[in-house]
Design a protein around this ligand. Structure first.
Ligand code: NAG
Ligand code: NAG
Ligand code: NAG
Ligand code: NAG
Ligand code: NAG
Length: 434
C-alpha cells in the first residue's frame, strides 16, 4: 500500500515534464515552427537560454504588432531590433520558419510583410542567442542570417558595425518607423551621425564625425561594454564610450534614439544587482554632448522642428515653441511649431506696424538662414526695421548686429553660450486670430 504513495512525486514529475520542456526555450527552433501575434497571449515569443532576450511579437499601442527582439527580464521589455517598424501587422499575423527553410512574416491574410534575405543552402534551424542575436543556421551550424547584421536603432555587446552599416533612429519614442537621424560607418572609414532628408533615408547634415577617413574599419561594442572604432589592423582609432559598470549586473545597449542622440545606456539586471541605481535605462555616454548646438545645416530644421527652440540638459534635448507659437502636433513635436496669430499684412495700404510687438528672449537664436543683416546699429533701430518689414518674424540682436529671419525658422536654440537676444515679433491683440 505504501508503494503508490512513495511514487506519487515521481508521478507528478512525469506529469509536468512535457510542460517544463515546452517552457524551456533554450532549444533550437526547428523547421515548421511559427509564432502568431495574439492580443490575449503573452507567450508568442522564443526566448534565449538565459531568458535575457526574446524574439516575437510586441503589441504597439492600438496600432498593431511589431516583430522584434527585446530584453525580456526587465519590466520595459525594451526593444533592440525590429523587422516591420514601418508596417505594423494586425492580430493573427504569423512569423514562420517554413519547412523549406524560409523565415518570413505574413499578415493575417497571408500577405508577405517581411522576410530574412540570405543566399546559400537552406536553413536548418533558428536560435535566439543570449547575446540578443537571433540567427538562422544551416545544417553545419553556420549562420546564414543574423539580426546583428541588420541592426535597426540599437547595437548590443559583441555586435559589430562594418563599413556601410547604419542605424536609423526611430520616429518617436513609441513609433518604430524609420526616423530623422542616421549613424553610419561610411565606406571611406569615417564614422558619423547625420540628420536625414526625411522621409528619404539619405544623409543631410553631419553633427558628429570621427574624421577617420581611410582608416576606420569596424565599429565594435565589445563584450566588456567598450565602444570603439578600429583600423583594419585592430588598433583603436576612437574610443566612443568606456564602460564603468559591471557586465555581470547591468544590461548594456547603444541606441541612436529618436532625438538624434547616440546613447550607451545601462539597466540593472535585478533590483539586487542595481547598487542603488533605478530600475531603468541610464546613459553612460551621449554623443554629441549638446545636439542643439551641433545641428545647424543650411537645409533642415535643426535638432528640433521648424520654428522651435532646442535646449539641452543631462536628460537630452528639449524642444519648445517660442512665445506666440504652439506645436503643430503635440504627439510629434519634431513637426515643429506654428504661429498662434495672423501674420502681418504686406499690404502697403495697411502695414499693421502698430499691431505688432516683440517678445524678448536672452541667449536665444535661430542659427543661419537670415535674409538681411545690419552691423553697427542700435537695438531700437533693429526693432523698428523688423516691425516695418512684413517678412520679418524674428530679429537676432547681438553686438550691435541685427539679423532678420523669415518663416520657417531653422536651427533654433537657447544656451548661455549664445549671448545676445532674439526679438520675436508677435501680434499685440491676438483676438484677430481666425
Ligand atoms: C541545434 O541544431 C544543430 C544542428 O542540428 C546542433 O548541432 C546543435 O547541437 C543544436 N543545438 C541545440 C541547443 O539543440
Ligand atoms: C500578459 O502580461 C500582462 C503584463 O505582464 C499581464 O498583466 C497579463 O495578465 C498577461 N496575460 C496573460 C494571458 O498571461
Ligand atoms: C509612425 O510615424 C510614421 C511617420 O510619420 C507614420 O507614417 C506612421 O503612421 C506612424 N506609425 C504609428 C503606428 O503611429
Ligand atoms: C594600424 O593602422 C593605423 C591606421 O591605419 C595606423 O595609424 C597604425 O600605425 C597601425 N598600427 C600598427 C601596429 O600597424
Ligand atoms: C574591450 O575593450 C577594452 C578597451 O579596449 C579592453 O580593455 C577590453 O579588454 C576589451 N574586452 C574584450 C572582451 O575584448
Amino acid at each position: 500500500m505504501a508503494c503508490p504513495l512513495i511514487n506519487l512525486p515521481f508521478f507528478f514529475l512525469f506529469m509536468f515534464l512535457p510542460f517544463s520542456t515546452l517552457a524551456q526555450t533554450s532549444k533550437n527552433i526547428s523547421l515548421g515552427s511559427s509564432l502568431t501575434a495574439l492580443n490575449e497571449d503573452n507567450s508568442s515569443s522564443w526566448t534565449s537560454p538565459s531568458g535575457d532576450f526574446a524574439f516575437g511579437f510586441q503589441r504597439i499601442g492600438k496600432y498593431g504588432f511589431l516583430l522584434a527582439i527585446w530584453f525580456d527580464k526587465i519590466k520595459d521589455k525594451t526593444i533592440v531590433w525590429s523587422a516591420n517598424g514601418d508596417n505594423l501587422v494586425p492580430e493573427g499575423s504569423k512569423v514562420e520558419l517554413s519547412n523549406g527553410g524560409k523565415f518570413m512574416l505574413n499578415d493575417a491574410t497571408g500577405k508577405r510583410i517581411w522576410s530574412a534575405q540570405f543566399v546559400g543552402p537552406g536553413v536548418a534551424y533558428a536560435s535566439m542567442l543570449d547575446t540578443g542575436n537571433f540567427v538562422l543556421a544551416d545544417r553545419s551550424s553556420s549562420n546564414v542570417w543574423e539580426s546583428f547584421d541588420e541592426p535597426t536603432d540599437t547595437i548590443l555587446p559583441t555586435q559589430i558595425l562594418n563599413q556601410n552599416d547604419k542605424l536609423f533612429a526611430r520616429y518617436t519614442a513609441t513609433n518604430y518607423s524609420r526616423g530623422r537621424f542616421m549613424f553610419i560607418l561610411q565606406s571611406d572609414g569615417n564614422l558619423l551621425l547625420y540628420t536625414t532628408r526625411f522621409p528619404l533615408p539619405t544623409n543631410n547634415f553631419a553633427y558628429f564625425a570621427t574624421m577617420t577617413m581611410y582608416a576606420g574599419f569596424q565599429f565594435i561594442f565589445n563584450q566588456s561594454g567598450y565602444l570603439y572604432l578600429t583600423a583594419k589592423n585592430g588598433s583603436i582609432l576612437n574610443m566612443v564610450s568606456s564602460n564603468t559598470v559591471s557586465m555581470q549586473n547591468f544590461y548594456h545597449k547603444v541606441t541612436l534614439e529618436h532625438d538624434g542622440v547616440l546613447r550607451h545606456s545601462v539597466h540593472p539586471k535585478t533590483a539586487a544587482s542595481s547598487a542603488g541605481s533605478p530600475m531603468a535605462w541610464s546613459p553612460l555616454t551621449s554623443e554629441p554632448s549638446n545636439i542643439c548646438l551641433r545641428i545647424e545645416g543650411a537645409i533642415g530644421s535643426g535638432a528640433c522642428g521648424y520654428n522651435s527652440l532646442c535646449s539641452y540638459n543631462d536628460k537630452g534635448p528639449t524642444c519648445q515653441c517660442p512665445y506666440g507659437y504652439t506645436f503643430i502636433d503635440p504627439n510629434d513635436i519634431l513637426k515643429g511649431c506654428k504661429q498662434n496669430f495672423v501674420s502681418q499684412s504686406c499690404d502697403a495700404a495697411l502695414p499693421e506696424t502698430e499691431s505688432f510687438d516683440f517678445h524678448e528672449m536672452q541667449s536665444t537664436e535661430w542659427a543661419g538662414g537670415g535674409y538681411e543683416q545690419f552691423t553697427s546699429v542700435s537695438e531700437e533701430w533693429c526693432r523698428q526695421n523688423c516691425l516695418d518689414d512684413c517678412f520679418c518674424v524674428v530679429a537676432i540682436f547681438k553686438d550691435r548686429e541685427c539679423e532678420k529671419k523669415r518663416i520657417p525658422l531653422s536651427n533654433g536654440r537657447m544656451d548661455p553660450s549664445i549671448g545676445g537676444k532674439a526679438l520675436i515679433k508677435v501680434r499685440k491683440d491676438n483676438s484677430l486670430k481666425y
